[in-house]
Design a protein around this ligand. Structure first.
Ligand code: ADP
Length: 190
């Protein structure tokens, strides 16, 4: 099994590029954000607790997302691998992922990192708010907190994956087609 991580700040285009990647490389896409949003839509207890955190731009607890990840790993034995989108997002989640994979004699194959500057994050999320209507895209305060959370909690993962020699950064600025070409060119090497 291959385990790819789609990394990057909010609004970098992780979900957009994940869709064609999973088709081309026969991977199962696991988006923790999407999984959480379907819990919210279904009105589950987990969804209710997550909604309050997500709407303020905070992270949900590590054990919640890790439970969802472990369940999805167990469900898809027939794929070539998994594309993790939005996970790991904290140093603890990265360590727990390593442990989960080690238990199955596996490891992270590669981290594809889509990089865009903070100003571009804000502009893209505002554009997306008009189309998708996500609660966490609606207010400037929430967007600012998500950017802050990304820098404080998620960005430190870059050094961890660089040290492991599996970090591959891609310039996320450009048209979807241009960025997709860069992503595929990178994936073909991994
Ligand atoms: P984006 O990449 O635009 O921030 P996501 O759909 O990946 O959007 O995530 C939306 C929200 O869901 C995050 O802001 C966070 O509150 C929550 N979330 C998603 N993944 C995780 C995770 N791995 N750990 C904690 N919270 C998460």
């Amino acid at each position: 099994m291959k385990y790819f991580i789609m990394f990057g700040p909010p609004g970098a285009g992780k979900g957009t590029h994940a869709a064609p990647m999973v088709k081309k490389y026969n991977l199962k896409h696991i988006s923790t954000g999407e999984l959480l949003r379907s819990e919210i839509a279904a009105g589950t207890e987990l969804g209710k607790q997550a909604a309050a955190l997500i709407e303020k731009g905070n992270l949900v607890p590590d054990e919640v997302v890790e439970g969802m990840i472990a369940q999805t790993f167990a469900k898809y034995p027939e794929v070539n691998g998994f594309l993790l989108d939005g996970f790991p997002r904290t140093v603890q989640q990265a360590m727990d992922l390593d442990e989960m994979l080690e238990a199955r004699d596996e490891y992270v194959t590669g981290v594809i990192s889509l990089m865009i500057p903070d100003e571009e994050i804000k502009a893209r999320i505002k554009g997306r708010a008009l189309i998708e209507g996500r609660a966490d895209d609606a207010s400037d305060e929430t967007i600012a907190n998500r950017i802050k959370t990304y820098h404080a909690k998620t960005e430190p993962l870059i050094e961890i994956y660089k040290d492991k020699g599996i970090y591959h950064e891609i310039d996320g600025i450009g048209s979807i087609e241009e960025v997709q070409k860069r992503v595929f060119a990178m994936m073909d090497k991994l």
